[in-house]
Design a protein around this ligand. Structure first.
Ligand code: XLS
Ligand code: NI
Ligand code: NI
Length: 431
């Protein structure tokens, strides 16, 4: 057993505690017939917590973890021991990983797969020994220099084939570990300059790749969801999976809109010039809502800063959309969030998650109460009530019919207040 978290006790729900405790996240508390645990379906990510060394564009490693550099299988196992120890302390129901997070890359593709499978077995034993379940697995096809010019969108077809082998291995492992989803975030699926890019060809490569992934998922009987994670840029100047609406158009084009859903990340929504709730509402409306990566960006920096969430009003509006979508099915709340590079201590890792889980719990409770009270839906229904009376979208009528109605009745519609401030006041009563 690891000594990394040495004197840190398992975190419990205790609103009166002086020490670190959950003050709002009470896993067994019921909200509308479902426990908070089942509503929120929290997951801890492997990469930011146990792989990232604290570097930024101007400086290198700040974290000195006993398992760094995890370039041997022994170190990878030491890292896994600490990761699962943290999952236990937080009592989270799920975790998430990239292949690259859990195993050091081998000298050959075959060796990399062998190591991945060995580490998956290592994780499986811990999962079966009271550990969390797997929310999703994914392949890192953006860090190594071979992906510099794209993964499935690379001008070199051998990179496409390398990616096919990588995703196949990673989907197999995700399936074997009982993963509830498989995520594709296309970090390098985009371009640096249109001057050297065949946009049409690259989009077809990406579409074909995704079709192959879906075909393979069905072949092996993977019941989980395939999720695309939209992001507009960073690391590429332009990423093809720009936002939820763009992804939907892409899925439609390749006949995949009923096969693939989205994993929506708060920070990516901000980078795309949207709010988190906009992206979630769009996913719900288009029928492709899957899961969320919960974090927040620094609004001044314009980067994907992946901070832990701490803004209850924002989080409440996000969960409002999740609840309106019917809640999570295979998805959950993955903290794709990292410490600031000065937060060196093991305790910082725990405190970050405890705070984030409490923020989410407060947001969820507020969202649930707003729905129970019909606080926003009532006024929204009232706003569209005349459409209900008029009948939906004039079925069977032509443009001429509707024009004739307007002219015969000499219509002169009068605007009514949108009541935005009143609605904002209502939200503020809940958060
Ligand atoms: C990066 C993405 C990444 C995905 C998984 O910005 O958020 O972490 O969630 O590849
Ligand atoms: Ni993410
Ligand atoms: Ni991100």
């Amino acid at each position: 057993m690891t000594r990394f978290f040495d004197d840190i006790a398992p975190v419990t729900f205790d609103p009166s505690a002086d020490a670190l405790a959950f003050r709002h996240y009470n896993a067994d508390e019921m909200l509308g017939g479902k426990s908070m645990r089942d509503h929120l379906r929290f997951a801890v990510c492997y990469w930011h917590n146990f792989v990232w060394e604290g570097n930024d564009p101007f400086g290198g490693q700040t974290f000195q973890r006993p398992w760094f550099p995890a370039d041997t299988m022994d170190q990878a196992k030491a890292k896994a021991d600490v990761a699962f120890e943290m999952f236990r302390l937080l009592d989270v129901p799920f975790w998430c990983f990239h292949d690259h997070d859990i195993r050091p890359e081998g000298d050959s593709l075959a060796e990399s797969h062998k190591r991945l499978n060995e580490m998956a077995d290592y994780a499986m034993a811990k999962m079966q020994d009271g550990g969390p379940k797997l929310l999703w697995g994914t392949a890192n096809m953006f860090s190594n220099r071979r992906y510099m010019s794209g993964a499935s969108t690379n001008p070199d077809p051998d990179v496409f084939a390398y990616c096919a082998s990588t995703v196949k291995a990673c989907l197999d492992v995700t399936h074997r570990l009982g993963g509830e989803n498989y995520v594709l975030w296309g970090g390098r699926e985009g371009y640096e300059t249109l001057l050297n890019t065949d946009l049409d060809r690259e989009l077809h490569q990406m579409g074909r790749f995704l079709q192959m992934v879906v075909e393979y998922k069905h072949k092996i009987g993977f019941k989980g969801a395939i999720l695309i994670e939209p992001k507009p840029q960073e690391p590429t100047k332009h990423q093809y999976d720009f936002d939820v609406a763009t992804v939907y158009g892409f899925l439609k084009r390749f006949g995949l809109e009923n096969e693939v859903k989205v994993n929506v990340e708060q920070g990516h929504a901000i980078l795309a010039g949207h709010s988190f709730e906009h992206e979630l509402a769009m996913a719900r409306t288009l029928g492709i809502f899957g899961s969320i990566d919960m974090n927040r960006n620094d609004y001044q920096s314009g980067w994907d800063t992946d901070q832990f969430p701490n803004n209850v009003p924002e989080v409440a509006l996000a969960y409002y959309e999740v609840l309106k979508a019917g809640g999570f099915t295979t998805g959950g709340t993955n903290f794709d969030a990292k410490l600031r590079r000065q937060s060196l201590d093991p305790m910082d890792l725990i405190a970050a998650h405890v705070g984030a889980m409490d923020v989410c719990a407060r947001g969820l409770k507020a969202a649930h109460a707003m729905l129970e009270d019909d606080a926003l839906e009532g006024p929204r229904r009232a706003r569209y009530a005349s459409w209900e009376k008029a009948g939906h979208l004039h079925p069977g009528k032509t443009l001429e019919d509707v024009a004739a109605y307007a002219e015969a009745a000499a219509l002169n519609p009068q605007p009514v207040s949108g009541r935005q401030e009143i609605l904002e006041n209502i939200v503020n009563r809940y958060v």
